[in-house]
Design a binder for this molecule. Structure first.
Ligand SMILES: [Zn+2]
Length: 400
C-alpha cells in the first residue's frame, strides 16, 4: 500500500477501492498469525506460525477500511487452507436458501454458472443441482482429491484464477463468496472480471463480511490478517460501479454478518448505483470509537477467563475458524483454554496457529467434561446447545 507523510508526521494512505489519498489509521493489532485457516499438524509448528501486523485505515471518501500493513508475500493459499463452513447446519441452511433465491430470481434452469473462488465447490454444486444447471468453479486451491464421490454431470473445476483468459466461458450467473476481502487490489480484480464477462447477459452475486457488523456489533474477532479489505455497502457499491457494473442490490444477510451485492455489466465504463448504501456519518462515528470498544471487550473477556481459571473450571472454545483463532491469540489464552472443538473432521487433530491448542471433535467432550463452552459465533448457539445435550453434557454455554 502506498503512504505519504502528512506534515505532522502521521501517514495518509491511498484507498484500494476509490484511489483517494488521506485514509488515516484508527486501529492496530500487531504480530497476529497470518493465517487463521491454515492447519498445523503439530503444536510446535502451530506456535511458530508466521505473523504479521494489522493497521486499519478508513477511507472517508468511499467508506472502505483496509489494512495498510498487509504484506501479500506472507500469504500463500495452498490446499492446506481450510475454511469450508458447510459442516454447520445453520450455515448450510443459509447456503441452501441463498441458492434457492438465486435460482428463482435469475431463472437459473439449464443455465451456465461460474463460481470464482469456489473452494471445495459445495455452493456451486447446490446451484447446479437445484436448477439442473452447468457449473464451472475457479479456484487455485481446488483439490480434486477432497471431492466426495464422483463429480456430477455438468460440473467442472479449473485450478486457476478466473481471468479474461476464460472469456469464452459462458455465464448466466457469476457468484463469488468470501473472496474479495482476501484481495489486496480489488479494483484490478473486478476490472478483470468485467473484461472476462464482456457484454454477456450475466448477473453477478458477490458476498463479503460486513464491516458495519464488525464496527456496530463489535465483531472484533473478525479483524484478521487474511483480510486486507473490509467492505461497507458504500465501498462495495463503489467498487462495482467504478469497474463498469450496474449495482442493483446491496443487502445485509446472515443476521447482518455478511453483505451481498448483485450487479450486471453496464453499457458505460462506469456503472450506475441503484441501491442504497450505508450511512457514512454513522460509520465515521463507529470508526472513531472502535479502538476503545475493542479494548473494553478484550478486558471484559480477560476478566471472564481469569474467573474461570480461578474457579478451577475447565473451558473449551467451540469453533476453530478465524473468530476462534483470533479470540485465542488476542487473549493469549494458552493457560485458560485447553482445547478447541470443531465439527469439521478436516480440522480435528490439527493445532491452532499462534496459541497451539489441539482441535478436537465434539465427542471428545464426553471424556474432557468442560464446565464452560465458549461459542465463537452467537448464530450457532442453538445447534451447539443441541449437540452438547445429545452428548449427555450440560456445560454453561457463553458466546462472544
Ligand atoms: Zn475509498
Amino acid at each position: 500500500m502506498t503512504a505519504n507523510k502528512h506534515t505532522d508526521g502521521s501517514e495518509a494512505h491511498r484507498c484500494p477501492v476509490c484511489g483517494t489519498s488521506g485514509a488515516g489509521v484508527f486501529f492496530e493489532a500487531l504480530q497476529v498469525p497470518v493465517h487463521c485457516n491454515v492447519l498445523w499438524p503439530t503444536q510446535a509448528e502451530a506456535l511458530a506460525a508466521p505473523r504479521g501486523d494489522i493497521r486499519l485505515a478508513f477511507c472517508e471518501a468511499c467508506g472502505h477500511i483496509f489494512n495498510v500493513a498487509f504484506d501479500p508475500s506472507l500469504m500463500t493459499y495452498t490446499q492446506q487452507y481450510e475454511n469450508s463452513l458447510h459442516f454447520s447446519p445453520r450455515f448450510q441452511q443459509f447456503a441452501e436458501s441463498l441458492a434457492a433465491r438465486l435460482v428463482e430470481r435469475y431463472n437459473l434452469h439449464g443455465k451456465d454458472i461460474i463460481e470464482i473462488g469456489c473452494g471445495k465447490g459445495d455452493f456451486l454444486r447446490l446451484l447446479c443441482e437445484l436448477g439442473g444447471n452447468r457449473g464451472v468453479g475457479f479456484d487455485p486451491s481446488y483439490d480434486p482429491a477432497l471431492m466426495d464421490g464422483d463429480l456430477p454431470d455438468g460440473l467442472t473445476f479449473v485450478q486457476d484464477f478466473y481471468s479474461p483468459h476464460y472469456a469464452d466461458y459462458k455465464a448466466d450467473l457469476i457468484c463469488c463468496r468470501h473472496v474479495l476481502e482476501h484481495i489486496e487490489q480489488p479494483t484490478a480484480f473486478i476490472a478483470n472480471v468485467r473484461r472476462a464477462v464482456g457484454m454477456q447477459d450475466a448477473a453477478l452475486y458477490f458476498e463479503v463480511p460486513n464491516v458495519l457488523y464488525t464496527l456496530r456489533d463489535r465483531g472484533i474477532w473478525d479483524v484478521i490478517y487474511e483480510h486486507p479489505s473490509y467492505y461497507s455497502a458504500a465501498s462495495l457499491g463503489a467498487l462495482f460501479t467504478a469497474s463498469g457494473f450496474d449495482v442493483h442490490s446491496l443487502e445485509e444477510t446472515y443476521q447482518g454478518q455478511f453483505l451481498s451485492v448483485e450487479a450486471t455489466p453496464a453499457a458505460a465504463a462506469v456503472g450506475r448505483q441503484h441501491a442504497a448504501t450505508s450511512d457514512r456519518q454513522a460509520m465515521r462515528r463507529l470508526v472513531s470509537s472502535f479502538a476503545e470498544s475493542y479494548r473494553t471487550k478484550v478486558s471484559a473477556w480477560q476478566r471472564t477467563l481469569a474467573n474461570i481459571t480461578t474457579a478451577g473450571q475447565r473451558a473449551v472454545i467451540w469453533g476453530a475458524g478465524s473468530k476462534g483463532v483470533t479470540f485465542l491469540n488476542t487473549l493469549r489464552a494458552q493457560d485458560s483454554i485447553g482445547f478447541v472443538v470443531d465439527i469439521n473432521p478436516r480440522k480435528q487433530g490439527q493445532y491452532v496457529a499462534g496459541t497451539g491448542q489441539e482441535i478436537v471433535p465434539p465427542e471428545f467432550l464426553q471424556e474432557y467434561r468442560p464446565d464452560v463452552v465458549i461459542v465463537m459465533n452467537p448464530i450457532y448457539m442453538q445447534e451447539i446447545q443441541q449437540m452438547t445435550a445429545d452428548l449427555g453434557l450440560m456445560p454453561t454455554l457463553i458466546h462472544v
